[in-house]
Design a protein around this ligand. Structure first.
Ligand code: PLI
Length: 461
């Protein structure tokens, strides 16, 4: 008799409520894809089998969070859930002041408006779509200061989210520190493949920025996932708790923007947290104009309660181990069959390297957009383009940005899919890979002005 020698890990939860999935026929998917203009954002959710479009707002809440929803205090002003959230943010992230917002981009809007003046430069460890747009709308110019390894899908650097201090220093020399209101630091870096920044790099950055008088604003959207990578990859952090690591990370910044729809295990919500009392005062004034009163910021009381409880759950070690373990499981499967993916595997998603997957399709024919469409057609699995379409256009030249990374993101919502769904996903990717030579690119036939990837439409070439 053969013995099972391996000891597997399993999800640290059991399932109490289920939502049926629908499988469609290839003909139905062909029709749905055409109607959606070959853009997975424009598909109807009911036409999707396994939805790996995003991990944003698609998480399964726990019974503890759902129970908290019933304790929503829906007062217009001074809801008790606001104070619960404020308390949780102070305790786990360590910032002095909190302004809730309806989601992450609400917080990005506020901080960009408050700190950026026309003509300013905002460096960052790679861009995120909404973050950069808010910086540009406020009159700033984004400057990428991430290490070069981040742009190379094959580089095995353990902290591809690190800031290149040489690049930052060069920018300071060129434009002057007074033209740099803050550096925007993402942890993890979504567009680089969910890659973490190291504590050592954060520490060095903090020392440099303190000398120059430049603030650090953390994009803490997936900072808990980043904390996990620090724990398992960075010397000296092996026996520190995720909560401790998270708080230390935040201590090297002046504030953060947060999309609670990721780490914090909710379907909606976000916040701006900041140490500086004057910036807080300004944010509290502005939030009333754009989001809602400063004690709800566009959220219901129950949403704030769910987010406060999500903060507590997010840092639990068995949760975060399983969350990232699931993504790693899919990554290992794909690597084993030779699928080109961004390595090391990041925190929230597998990123297929579309340039290598479909080498015959030039970047102007949107290889990643094409691959996402083909994967849907093959299997009903929805993924997302993170390449030339997402990068948008240079506002000066009007030409596309041509990012080195041309990726398709298979994003795993937290606590939603099982290992069997992961297996089915890997098999679907393999099936597309086997017929890769027959796949043709796309032409863009409709291009919206802002964040074009959401609503652009395409036709097959
Ligand atoms: O979608 P929002 O407005 O709650 O958050 C914007 C946002 C900010 N920073 C980072 C790193 C994000 O990943 C982010 C949103 N991400 C989405 C929607 C995603 O699918 O990755």
């Amino acid at each position: 008799m053969q013995r099972l020698k391996k000891r597997s890990w399993a999800e640290p939860f059991k399932i109490k409520v289920v939502e049926p999935l629908k499988m469609t026929s290839r003909e139905e998917r062909e029709r749905a894809l055409k109607e959606a203009g070959y853009n997975t954002f424009l598909l109807r959710s009911e036409d999707v089998y396994i939805d790996l479009l995003t991990d944003s707002g698609t998480n399964a809440m726990s019974d503890y969070q759902w129970a908290g929803m019933m304790l929503g205090d829906e007062a217009y002003a001074g809801s008790r859930n606001f104070y619960r959230l404020e308390d949780a943010v102070k305790r786990y992230y360590g910032y002095a002041h909190l302004v809730p917002t309806h989601q992450g981009r609400g917080a990005e809007h506020l901080i960009s408006r408050i700190l950026i003046k026309p003509g300013d430069f905002v460096p960052g460890n790679m861009y995120f779509t909404t973050t950069r747009l808010h910086q540009e709308l406020a009159g700033g110019t984004f400057v990428d200061v991430i290490i070069d390894e981040a742009h190379d899908p094959a580089s095995l650097h353990p902290f591809k989210g690190n800031v290149d201090l040489g690049k930052l220093e060069a920018l300071v020399k060129k434009v002057g520190a007074d033209k740099i209101p803050y550096i925007s630091v993402a942890a993890t870096v979504n567009m680089a493949g969910g890659q973490p920044i190291s504590m050592a790099n954060l520490k060095e950055l903090h020392a440099f920025c303190s000398r120059q008088g430049i603030r650090i604003i953390l994009d803490a959207t997936r900072a808990v996932e980043n904390a996990w990578f620090i724990k398992i990859r960075e010397k000296g952090y092996e026996s520190r708790s995720i909560a401790e690591i998270l708080k230390e990370m935040c201590s090297y910044s002046d504030g953060c923007t947060m999309s609670g729809k990721k780490d914090l295990l909710v379907n909606i919500g976000g916040f701006l947290a900041i140490n500086d009392a004057e910036i807080f005062e300004e944010a509290r004034n502005l939030v009333v104009v754009y989001e809602g009163l400063h004690t709800y910021g566009g959220l219901a009381g129950r949403d704030m309660e769910a987010m406060a409880r999500g903060i507590e759950e997010a840092v639990q070690e068995d949760h975060i181990r399983a969350r990232i373990g699931q993504v790693e499981y899919v990554g290992e499967k794909l690597k084993a069959i030779g699928i080109p993916i961004v390595q090391p595997v990041g925190g929230h998603a597998i990123f297929l390297d579309a340039k290598n997957f479909l080498p015959k399709i030039p970047q102007v024919e949107f290889p990643a957009q094409t691959l996402a469409a083909e994967l849907y057609l093959e299997s009903g699995i929805r993924s997302m383009e993170r390449g030339i379409v997402s990068a948008g256009r240079n506002k000066e030249t009007g030409d596309h940005y041509y990012p080195k990374l041309e990726l398709v993101r298979l994003t795993f919502p937290r606590r939603v899919y099982t290992q069997a769904h992961c297996d089915v996903t890997a098999e679907a990717v393999e099936a597309v890979y086997e017929r890769r030579d027959t796949i043709r690119g796309l032409r863009m036939v409709y291009e919206p002005k802002y964040l074009r990837f959401f609503q652009a439409r395409f036709e097959r070439l």
